[in-house]
Design a protein around this ligand. Structure first.
Ligand code: IMP
Ligand code: MG
Length: 191
């Protein structure tokens, strides 16, 4: 059987697998140093699923700290490339984060709605501290004044897939971040 080359569906590779690994190692060091300098030895990672799972899996192994893990699931996109409405929490975290040092991790900061909403929801659970980390930042698209505490790469305003990010649930398993070929973006023929 011939194999499918997901890479053929990309117009351009924005961040290679090697660049991802290198930057994530740096982020791991920066985050570890920050908390160690504060005398904090344990944090709670809250991963925004599904998009951040590949990033979180790699990042957490670069942290030289105790790191508990919980997930939160949000819906703000339909199966196309434009946000529908306000992000909605479909599955909340199970852990009691009161008094914990929480690091909220998402794949990409776009308009800022998702992180802004999640930060306000998590703050109500009274964590001792709450910081945010995103792999990608599309600064140009921000409609909310929001900045992540840690960001991997600033990228241009294109719809990207790979390394956890999807289009209509596809391409999460690409090992790099790339721009999907425009003719594949809308409407998705496999839906
Ligand atoms: P925001 O709420 O507009 O900041 O969007 C954040 C969410 O939108 C992320 O968690 C992603 O799931 C999704 N998103 C934004 N831009 C892209 C993209 O280029 N590719 C895939 N998903 C994206
Ligand atoms: Mg997402």
């Amino acid at each position: 059987m011939t194999q499918i080359s997901l890479m053929d569906d990309l117009a351009e590779v924005l961040v290679s697998g090697e660049a991802l690994a290198q930057r994530i190692a740096e982020l791991g060091e920066t985050i570890t140093s920050y908390y160690m300098d504060q005398g904090i030895e344990e944090i709670v990672l809250v991963a925004v699923t599904n998009g951040s799972i590949v990033f979180v899996a790699d990042l957490m192994r670069q942290l030289k700290l105790h790191a508990k893990l919980d997930c939160i699931r949000v819906s703000s996109y339909r199966d196309d490339t434009t946000p529908v409405s306000e992000p909605e929490i479909i599955d909340n975290i199970r852990m009691n984060i009161a008094g914990e040092h929480v690091l909220l991790i998402d794949d990409i900061l776009d308009t800022g709605s998702t992180l802004q909403k999640l930060v306000s929801v998590l703050k109500r659970m009274k964590p001792a501290t709450l910081r945010t980390c995103v792999l990608l930042d599309k600064e140009g698209r921000r409609t909310k004044t929001y900045q992540a505490s840690y960001s991997g790469f600033t990228i241009p305003e294109a719809f990207v897939v790979g390394y956890g990010l999807d289009f209509a649930e596809r391409y999460r398993n690409l090992p790099c971040i790339g721009v999907l070929r425009p003719e594949l973006q809308n409407p998705p023929e496999w839906c």
